[in-house]
Write a protein that binds this ligand. Structure first.
Ligand code: FES
Ligand code: FES
Length: 153
């Protein structure tokens, strides 16, 4: 056991957790932030992507202890005064989701892309989201949503 201290969605948290606790498990089971999804056990699906100190990370690939002291943003932390983030608005407007299981990870990854590349091409969007698997949409509307968000962010 060890103490995990993080800033999560702007709130300081401190909890004891077993040393082998994954960040994804810590968020979901210790903080009840279940918007971060677990879609695989092979680090392939990307449903678990969050931001750690501003960069996207598959939260199933890091131990909570490894990111001790970091600032973490999950999908729950994107809203401002009850309003969705422009990326969430764009996914909603352009039907960038169907079942929604992949969506938290897609949105978090896509925001990180636009932080690094304000006007990505279709190819750059598809390349960046390569680590995020969607079984429903065929990706076309996801790419369209990211491009729409790029005009708003
Ligand atoms: S849960 Fe699938 S990559 Fe993390
Ligand atoms: S919307 Fe269903 S997996 Fe992507």
């Amino acid at each position: 056991m060890g103490k995990i201290s993080l800033e999560v969605n702007g709130r300081k948290v401190e909890k004891e957790a077993p040393d082998n606790t994954l960040l994804s498990t810590f968020l979901r089971e210790h903080l009840q932030l279940t918007g971060t999804h677990i879609g695989c056990d092979t680090s392939q699906c990307g449903a678990c992507v969050v931001h750690v100190d501003g960069n996207s990370l598959k939260s199933c690939t890091a131990l909570a202890a490894d990111v001790n002291g970091s600032k973490v943003t999950t999908i729950e932390g994107l809203e401002t005064n009850g309003n969705m983030h422009p990326m969430q608005e764009a996914f909603k407007k352009l039907h960038g989701l169907q079942c929604g299981f992949c969506t938290p990870g897609m949105v978090m990854s896509a925001i990180d892309l636009l932080q690094k590349n304000k006007k990505p091409s279709d190819t750059e969007i598809r390349d960046w989201l390569e680590g995020n698997i969607c079984r429903c949409t065929g990706y076309q509307n996801i790419v369209a949503a990211v491009k729409e968000a790029a005009t708003k962010m």
